[in-house]
Ligand binder design. Structure first.
Ligand code: PLP
Length: 405
């Protein structure tokens, strides 16, 4: 008889965003005249830069003519885009990455989710707590999690690396030996970063313990401080132990267009077997490439105009982040992140729980954010606001929050 993959039954329902939506709609029903401002969602709001749109139109036109029509493209991505990535994202930072170490995809979400297929189910996985939930859930689906403990809110085979104000949101090397380590910096949800020395500790650990780091740098475009690495390959030796995930979603507003890439260096081997070869095998088997039009859109990101335009958008969000951060600090809140990232992580005042603060903010200030406990047990007592809203709403939301105090 057919049997289910019972690991799926272990997944904890994510009530986070549906509960938020339900609470907001109930509030609006009762208070139709109140204007609710949403600073909760991690999605961009500014339109795609004009140069990128031009390239989309041009490449759509190419599809309309027999001579320039394109069917299936290379599963790994077109050379024109992989070459730009090598040149602009790595060579300019003095990092040697080869074109065939780049795998273009339709999202860092699916890449960070799919990559674990390359590793045995016996491996021990380390994630931060709080965390971007994809890393956890995909390992649960694969059978690496053990059982869920309702009391702790944790799976018993996953190693949770608590990040909180007490350790400055820097995960500590676990006491137990781990094999696969997910690191996301700049971090979602805390908005915090690691500097080069802090990241080097992880590279050294991975080398000594034959572990692999899965480094998600989807928010790399928001980094402004010099000592914060844009790529894990800025750390010597990282090519032997790390896979890097990048995305055009937050850096160029591609959340609706869908384009990202993953770097699997050729030096990365387990028992002499190349992970680059295995990932290539996986992608060519299960994936048929990102559309030509969208890869052309991504190529436009690397033109002079494209760079200028996407930086203007990032600057807009960064200014929102500054307004939120400084406004909250001046109102007496303790605030983290928001400097090299579009996320502001605040300590909930008066020992309230994250959801209590959510309710208070919604009912009294009519502002929506995301309760930290939704990202893991150690997110309890924290709250996430995002800088992706529009300027006027961001300013007004902060004015309203200030009045609360
Ligand atoms: N990685 C992190 C840490 C994210 O926060 C997100 C989106 O919110 C993603 C990956 C998803 O990126 P993409 O849109 O490329 O799938």
């Amino acid at each position: 008889m057919i049997k289910l993959n019972e690991n799926y039954l272990k997944l904890q329902d994510s009530y986070l965003f549906s509960t938020i939506a339900k609470k907001v709609s109930e509030f609006q029903e009762k208070n139709p005249n109140k204007r609710v401002i949403k600073l909760g969602i991690g999605d961009v709001t500014l339109p795609i830069a004009p140069t990128i749109i031009e390239n989309i139109k041009k490449s759509a036109d190419e599809m309309s003519k027999k001579e320039t029509f394109k069917g299936y493209g290379p599963e790994q991505g077109y050379d024109f885009l992989r070459e730009k990535i090598v040149q602009f994202d790595y060579k300019t930072r003095k990092i040697e990455i080869e074109k065939d170490e780049i795998f273009v995809s339709d999202g860092a979400k699916c890449d960070t989710a799919n990559i674990q297929e390359l590793f045995s189910v016996d491996n021990i996985v380390a994630i931060t707590d709080p965390v971007y939930p994809v890393y956890l859930d995909t390992n649960v689906m694969a059978g690496r999690s053990g059982n869920f403990n309702k009391e702790t809110g944790k799976f018993d085979k996953i190693v949770y690396m608590k990040v909180c104000a007490e350790n400055d949101f820097k995960p500590e090397i676990p006491k137990e030996k781990v094999d696969l380590i997910y690191l996301c910096f700049p971090n979602n949800p805390t908005g915090t970063v690691l500097n080069k020395i802090e990241l080097k500790k992880w590279v050294d650990y991975a080398k000594e313990n034959k572990a692999i780091i899965l480094f998600d740098s989807a928010y790399e475009g928001f980094i402004v401080e010099d000592n914060v690495p844009h790529s894990i390959y800025e750390i010597e030796g990282a090519k032997e132990v790390a896979i890097e995930f990048r995305s055009f979603s937050k850096t160029a507003g591609f959340t609706g267009l869908r384009c990202a890439y993953t770097v699997v260096p050729k030096e990365l081997k387990i028992d002499g077997i190349s992970l680059n070869k295995l990932w290539n095998r996986r992608q060519t088997t299960k994936f048929n490439g990102v559309s030509y039009i969208i890869q052309k859109a991504a190529e436009a990101v690397y033109t002079e105009e494209g760079q200028k335009q996407i930086k203007q958008n990032i600057e807009y969000y960064r200014e929102n982040a500054r307004i939120i951060r400084e406004g909250l600090i001046s109102a007496g809140y303790t605030v983290y992140g928001g400097v090299n990232a579009p996320y502001i992580w605040l300590k909930v005042p008066n020992n309230m729980k994250s959801w209590e603060f959510f309710d208070e903010l919604l009912s009294k200030a009519n502002v929506v954010g995301t309760p930290g406990s939704g990202f893991g047990p150690s997110g309890e007592g924290y709250f996430r606001l995002t800088a992706f809203g529009n300027r006027e709403d961001t300013i007004e939301a902060i004015q309203r929050i200030k009045k609360l105090k």
